[in-house]
Ligand binder design. Structure first.
Ligand code: PLP
Length: 441
């Protein structure tokens, strides 16, 4: 059948029949293990009965109530539950339908806050390279991946960037506090270079997502970044679209370091693949300042609809009831240990990194220099295809400025147990063997 959609994979893909737990079935009857939770979305697994029941029950009552006409119980309850999970005095929640919208909202709130405080000269948002913060023009302007932004360059204000703290590429020790200071100093230097009075915010992913392949910041980095932001009156935005919701083994990625931002974005696992859902959570006083100055000039029609919020609420309840944050920490440790074990067998695995079940490995041609594999091997695509043939779904990206550097996210649903992990590792190993044979490695 000819498809009228133009965003599908360029590789042939079968039609999806159904999905349950950590598995998905194509119409051909073949079973796949969802080793990347889609795009790090299906955190509590597929077809969770409690979530489906909550959605059904809400659908019987109402599926939409416009926010200017009604308040709804699911949105109020989800906002309260989300606020209770947030650090510091971040307790005001703004719902959206996805990650880009969530990031866009953080940028607009930050800007309106600065204007309301009489600091209208602040408009620059510093971010990192590589990074991914979304596909809308504002989120793209702070995304540190040039090929995505290049075609749209005249339509947006390109924002200043600093290098992401990729200690593994720079041969620096993650555990050495000097490493954290080294990368944090780049933020301070950039703020000064840009003119501190013009800098509105710094945005970062606490544990990196697809752009860096689960990058973990070095010791001391998160704390130092917070101090630098405070020193120059720069707002700190944590993009937890992927790292929020428990996947890293703590509810927020930043919880591993106790670093408290001013604004957070979350999506992906927040709706868990059941509904398009995201949120921005901000400091109480910031929101109050903006509201006192005339209100937040932002909104999306579907924001906070009761159906999406009922699903989001049930997702959070299931995460709690099943102890999934704890399971992500436990199974993430096991997964990373087993991936490191594969480094003995496959010399082209250069690095294994991540927190909890936000885990990745990177392929290299030389572990000493971390030289990437030759670009023409197309490893980021080929290994995914070998895994797919086995019945394993993994997620890949090629970064390092878009030139080379292939990394693979192995991020199964947080419900995975030992049996699922065995199955995943068996297929991954077989995929690595056939990839190595094809690539002559
Ligand atoms: N921010 C981060 C850290 C992401 O990983 C993503 C998506 O991958 C986004 C923002 C954009 O989210 P969405 O694709 O839902 O718009």
């Amino acid at each position: 059948m000819e498809s009228h959609l133009f965003y599908l994979s360029s590789n042939p893909r079968p039609e999806l029949e159904r999905a349950e737990g950590i598995h998905m079935w194509a119409k051909t009857g073949k079973r796949y293990l969802d080793g990347s939770s889609g795009a790090m979305v299906s955190n509590i697994g597929h077809s969770n009965p409690a979530v489906l029941a909550a959605m059904r029950a809400q659908m019987e009552k109402s599926t939409f109530g416009y926010r200017l006409h009604f308040m709804t119980e699911p949105s109020e309850r989800l906002a309260a539950k989300t606020a209770a999970l947030c650090p510091g005095d971040l307790n005001k929640v703004f719902f959206v339908s996805g990650g880009s919208e969530a990031v866009e909202s953080t940028l607009k709130l930050a800007r309106q806050y600065a204007v309301a405080k009489g600091e209208a000269q602040r408009f620059k948002v510093i971010s990192r390279t590589p990074s991914y913060h979304g596909s809308t023009l504002g989120a793209l302007a702070v995304t540190g991946y040039a090929p995505l932004a290049a075609p749209f360059a005249p339509m947006m204000h390109e924002m200043p960037k600093i290098p992401a703290p990729r200690a593994y590429l720079d041969g620096l020790d993650l555990e050495d506090p000097a490493t954290g200071e080294h990368y944090a100093a780049m933020l301070e230097a950039k703020i000064v270079e840009e003119g501190a009075q013009t800098v509105l915010a710094f945005i970062q992913e606490p544990v990196g997502g697809a752009s860096t392949g689960a990058l973990v910041p070095p010791k001391g980095y998160m704390e130092a970044v917070r101090e630098i932001c405070d020193k120059y009156g720069v707002l700190l935005i944590h993009d937890e679209v992927m790292s929020g919701g428990g996947r890293t083994g703590k509810f927020w990625g930043a919880d591993h370091w106790g670093a408290v931002p001013d604004i957070i974005s979350i999506s992906k696992g927040f709706g868990g693949g059941y509904v398009p859902l995201g949120a921005m959570i901000a400091r109480d006083d910031m929101v109050q300042t903006v509201m006192d100055a005339g209100g937040f000039m932002h909104g999306h029609t579907y924001a906070g609809n009761p159906l999406a919020c009922s699903a989001g609420l049930a997702v959070l309840d299931e995460i709690e009831r099943l102890g999934l944050v704890e399971n992500a920490a436990l199974m993430g440790d096991k997964l990373q240990a087993r991936l490191r074990g594969l480094m003995n067998r496959f010399s082209f695995i250069g690095d294994v990194r991540g927190k909890g079940l936000l885990t990745a490995f990177e392929l290299v041609s030389d572990r000493g220099t971390m030289e990437p594999l030759p670009r023409e091997l197309n490893a980021f695509d080929r290994l995914v295809e070998h895994a797919y043939a086995q019945g394993l779904i993994i997620y890949s990206r090629r970064t390092r400025g878009g030139t080379s550097g292939d990394h693979f996210l192995v991020c199964p649903p947080m419900i995975i147990g030992d049996e699922g992990l065995d199955e995943l590792m068996e297929m991954l190993e077989a995929a690595l063997v056939s990839f190595a044979a094809e690539a002559g490695l």
